[in-house]
Design a protein around this ligand. Structure first.
Ligand SMILES: Nc1ncnc2c1ncn2[C@@H]1O[C@H](COP(=O)(O)OP(=O)(O)OP(=O)(O)O)[C@@H](O)[C@H]1O
Length: 531
């Protein structure tokens, strides 16, 4: 019997807009050994709201999400779903709460349809499941990411990083009822168009009453997508505000990052000596063709930071690949190189090793004497980089115990800890917080000033402002070379959309090239330098 004047039980009270709570966390704590990941968090997420959760790398965001999705138990405190106490691991209690992970949770050697079946089999028929899973996957992919280029028969390991991320998000949405969707850094590997269509889908979900919890280091995106912003700092909530009225720098201040917004700093941060036209050429591509390239010429001088920009999949990664393995006659590289992959899950971290060994693996050979490792010297190198990039967790932690952003810092540090003269960056700052990114931009400029050369592909056009020169790519060609003050986000976007000349017959794309694919072969060897 419903009695109007009785107060609603805790965890079920509607707010002024009449929105019911979906999940309520009270006093949630969690520690991993001596690391306190959550220090008593109270948070309520309501149906129909988009809640943005921000905080520096290692602040505890993913840990909190795992509690709200029932994937891990808290040491102390409670989690209620629709007002009912929900024990971690209870599939029934968390049935309508779904999460799309930062590191995708897909099985790489299964197809897209098979992955959908694994996570959504409770709402798919047993007989004819493959056809049903394929149809649902296709329909939802079309709805959320038009032009995705994925078929349900594709094996996940053959998909690009962006496509895997799309499948991960759609996998989370494939349920008969969705009350809370948690998106952990969903756009870090998506292009701008896919990000836009995702956010319009998020808005539609919220209008239909679903709660969406969005974790992101892209503060501008959070402010435009979310109704409310919660700041997590060292495992505790330090601010909970409506998004309207907040500014990017205001949020950064709440996060405790005493830095300017990166795009504001770019103009002053970039362009040191830039190698100068007289500096030695350390790497060169001369009219490089094949494998997705259609006549690319590019020179890198000592001490230069050269950017590769343009829409994703236009040949930038093929250029990095050529410079990494200069096996063709059209490519010449005269110095040792180190590679920083953006896809740390596939080719970045060595999961069974600790932070220190992951960090020093590239430099190990240079530090060794007569084939023997010099552990004290390795430790000094590790200590230096762990401190410099503030890797939360320390040198002895297992690498997989680190938060995603901290793992990425280790992968970046690995390249710079070596003596490689040419560092190749393949969109490497995914999941890294704003404060650390600013440190990394400074690091790049400092290393260039010491004479190192850097070739940097980034899907964030604003980052290109830290380069001396930028080649903008389209359809395997350089369509513009910008330098100095010409480098701006607007200019890069403008030339990215310029109509390219018609390719001649000799330029026909490599037959294995797929749209949106890097075409890059195995990158597992990138823990080493080539020289
Ligand atoms: N399984 C684990 N074992 C040990 N420590 C862990 C584990 N998971 C998380 N931690 C630690 O808990 C802290 C919070 O990590 P969490 O992944 O929640 O951070 P985050 O805010 O999501 O960071 P990021 O923005 O880098 O993804 C970190 O110090 C991390 O090293």
């Amino acid at each position: 019997m419903h009695v109007d004047n009785l107060p609603a039980p805790p965890g079920t009270e509607r707010d002024q807009a009449g929105r019911p709570p979906v999940v309520t966390a009270s006093g949630v704590t969690k520690a991993y050994g001596r690391t306190r990941a959550l220090a008593g968090v109270d948070l309520q997420v309501r149906g129909g709201e988009v809640l943005g959760l921000v905080g520096h790398n290692g602040a505890g965001k993913s840990t909190l999400m795992r509690m709200l999705a029932g994937l891990e138990s808290c040491d102390d405190g409670t989690v209620l779903v629709h007002g009912e106490e929900a024990p971690a691991g209870s599939a029934a209690a968390f049935r309508t709460v779904r999460m799309a992970y930062q590191e995708t949770s897909l099985c790489p050697d299964l197809t897209v349809a098979e992955n959908m079946w694994i996570s959504s089999r409770h709402c798919l028929p047993r007989l004819g499941w493959r056809r049903a899973a394929s149809a649902s996957a296709r329909r939802r992919l079309d709805e959320v990411f038009p032009g995705h280029g994925v078929t349900p028969r594709d094996r996940v390991e053959d998909l690009s990083l962006a496509q895997r991320q799309m499948v991960e998000i759609v996998r989370a949405c494939l349920v008969d009822r969705l009350d809370l969707l948690i998106l952990d850094e969903p756009t870090e590997s998506l292009g701008p168009d896919a990000a836009r269509t995702l956010y319009s889908y998020v808005r539609r979900l919220a209008e239909a009453g679903t709660a969406v919890l969005l974790i992101s280091h892209r503060i501008r995106e959070v402010l435009s997508a979310a109704d409310r912003v919660v700041v997590l700092r060292d495992g505790a909530i330090t601010a909970d505000r409506p998004a309207a009225g907040l500014t990017e720098s205001g949020v950064l201040t709440l996060m405790g990052a005493h830095v300017a917004v990166p795009s504001e700093r770019a103009g002053t941060a970039r362009r040191g000596t830039g190698g100068g036209t007289g500096a030695r050429v350390v790497a060169e591509l001369r009219d490089a063709r094949g494998g997705g390239l259609h006549g690319v010429s590019l020179r890198v001088r000592a001490g230069e930071v050269v950017g590769l920009a343009g829409l994703a999949g236009q040949g930038q990664q093929e250029v990095l690949e050529r410079l990494w393995r200069p096996t063709r006659r059209d490519t010449e590289v005269s110095v040792a190189r180190a590679y920083v992959p953006g896809d740390r899950q596939r080719s970045g971290v060595l999961p069974l090793w600790n932070v220190g060994d992951n960090l020093v693996v590239t430099a190990m050979r240079e530090i060794a004497r007569r084939g023997l490792r010099r552990i004290p010297d390795e430790r000094d190198v590790v200590r230096h980089w762990v401190e410099r990039l503030a890797v939360k967790g320390g040198a002895d932690a297992g690498i997989t115990e680190l938060s995603g952003g901290n793992q990425q810092k280790v992968v970046v540090a690995r390249a710079f800890a070596s003596t490689a003269g040419l560092v190749l960056l393949d969109d490497p700052f995914r999941g890294v917080d704003v404060h650390t990114k600013t440190e990394l931009y400074r690091l790049i400029r400092e290393e260039a000033a010491k004479g190192r050369s850097i070739v940097w592909y980034s899907s964030e056009n604003a980052e290109m402002a830290h380069c001396d020169r930028v080649h903008v790519f389209r359809a395997g060609r350089t369509v513009a070379e910008l330098s100095g003050e010409e480098i701006s986000e607007e200019q890069i976007i403008a030339v990215s959309f310029d109509e390219p000349d018609q390719p001649d017959e000799s330029d026909k794309p490599h037959e294995r090239d797929e749209p949106g694919e890097s075409g890059a072969p195995d990158r597992a060897a990138r823990g080493r330098t080539h020289g």
